[in-house]
Design a protein around this ligand. Sequence first.
Ligand SMILES: *[C@@H]1O[C@H](CO)[C@@H](O)[C@H](O)[C@H]1NC(C)=O
Ligand SMILES: *[C@@H]1O[C@H](CO)[C@@H](O)[C@H](O)[C@H]1NC(C)=O
Ligand SMILES: *[C@@H]1O[C@H](CO)[C@@H](O)[C@H](O)[C@H]1NC(C)=O
Ligand SMILES: *[C@@H]1O[C@H](CO)[C@@H](O)[C@H](O)[C@H]1NC(C)=O
Ligand SMILES: *[C@@H]1O[C@H](CO)[C@@H](O)[C@H](O)[C@H]1NC(C)=O
Length: 385
Amino acid sequence: MYPPALFVTLISLAGAALGFELIHDYSGDHFFQGWDYYGKWDNLTLGNVTYLTQEAAVEQKLTYINTAGNAIIKVDNFTTVANGERRNSIRLTSQEFYDFGTVWVVDATHLPYGCSVWPAFWSTAPNWPDGGEIDIIEGINNQASNQWAIHTTQGCYHTQAPADQAGFNIDTDCSTASGCTVGTDAPNTYMSGFAAAGGGVYATQFDTTGIFMWFWTRDQVPEDLTSNATTLDVSTWGDPIASFPSDQECNVTQFFTPQQLIFDITLCGVWAGVPSIYNAQCPNAGPNNDCYLDDVVGDGSNYDEAYFEVSYVRTYATGTALAAAQSASATSTTSASATATHSDPSTTAKTQTSDASLPSVSLHGLLIFSMCVGGLIAGSVLPLL
Ligand SMILES: *[C@@H]1O[C@H](CO)[C@@H](O)[C@H](O)[C@H]1NC(C)=O
Ligand SMILES: *[C@@H]1O[C@H](CO)[C@@H](O)[C@H](O)[C@H]1NC(C)=O
Ligand SMILES: *[C@@H]1O[C@H](CO)[C@@H](O)[C@H](O)[C@H]1NC(C)=O
Ligand SMILES: *[C@@H]1O[C@H](CO)[C@@H](O)[C@H](O)[C@H]1NC(C)=O
Ligand SMILES: *[C@@H]1O[C@H](CO)[C@@H](O)[C@H](O)[C@H]1NC(C)=O
């Protein structure tokens, strides 16, 4: 709760330059508060999983806090699945919507991987593809490195890698099935390489000036994050690995609306399970050369590495998004999630400016039913749909 005087001060400064203040801390015993469990089969990417309800997930221990105090989000690796059945997994959606002027940080020590496994930490607007999608952590099968992407309705492109982008462009039309994808060769971004390095931190700035994503392996996490600061200065973070500035090629405020954050782990489905992709990445995984039959069916021993271990997700805001979050936390008892941080605007002024007040316009272009999938499959998925 804010004292009314401070609240008024913040509102009056909403248009001025402010640092990013912590607005929500998903961590520790409270990590799973503020997320909805999907509670039905994967009807989005058509994987061979049932996403459990919260009650079932807790009972079957597919989500829990481990002894290190980290959140575990995992695939069932202890049930024998018969041919024709699905395996249990998890999809979590944040109840909170994050507007322009916010930064989302996830610190993890392990990401799910292995043949048939397709995890993602991503965001979307409710009426996808209207309002856009941002893929922050995503990989399939034995893919060595992470891939970042944005997805939009027709009219948004990323044909040239911006000068400040550390990763390389893969696909450049954001309305295709693959979206606008950015890759890296760094093996510490995903799979066993990520865990071996002690994990790392992924951060996303969602702003009217563009969408910018960073990755740091454990020993390179910037000081404001390792020191647990409640105020961030993203201008000290160096070049993003994926940079989507709002420009002539893609007016971000036109294609994106407030986003919800999602964790999910599916199996097979319209990217990991596409036969040509699956067989290229997982040759000899089983006798059938088939993702579902060779991995999902049978005992759960393929899935011992199919889990997220997350120490926190923290979200930060500036400008009008910060004022809105503080107003919500000051007026609503249901947003116990919105952590009111101690804030003194006079000492937290930073260089970022963000005008989150621009209206967003949805396009209703005719779109194929594209998925939050990687660049390999633009051609191969469509016949399956
Ligand atoms: C998936 O199911 C949900 C809930 O029934 C529904 O709202 C949504 O439109 C479905 N999505 C797709 C892609 O079919
Ligand atoms: C498994 O996925 C494949 C490919 O999407 C689909 O054809 C099959 O019906 C699925 N089976 C189950 C039991 O989910
Ligand atoms: C880090 O900051 C969060 C939010 O302010 C707090 O809940 C947590 O206890 C802090 N952790 C440490 C190790 O200081
Ligand atoms: C971007 O789109 C917004 C509406 O979403 C519009 O107000 C603004 O003028 C556009 N900017 C440019 C440079 O076209
Ligand atoms: C499932 O995987 C975890 C590691 O993620 C492992 O500790 C556990 O023993 C596995 N369960 C079974 C039944 O093999």
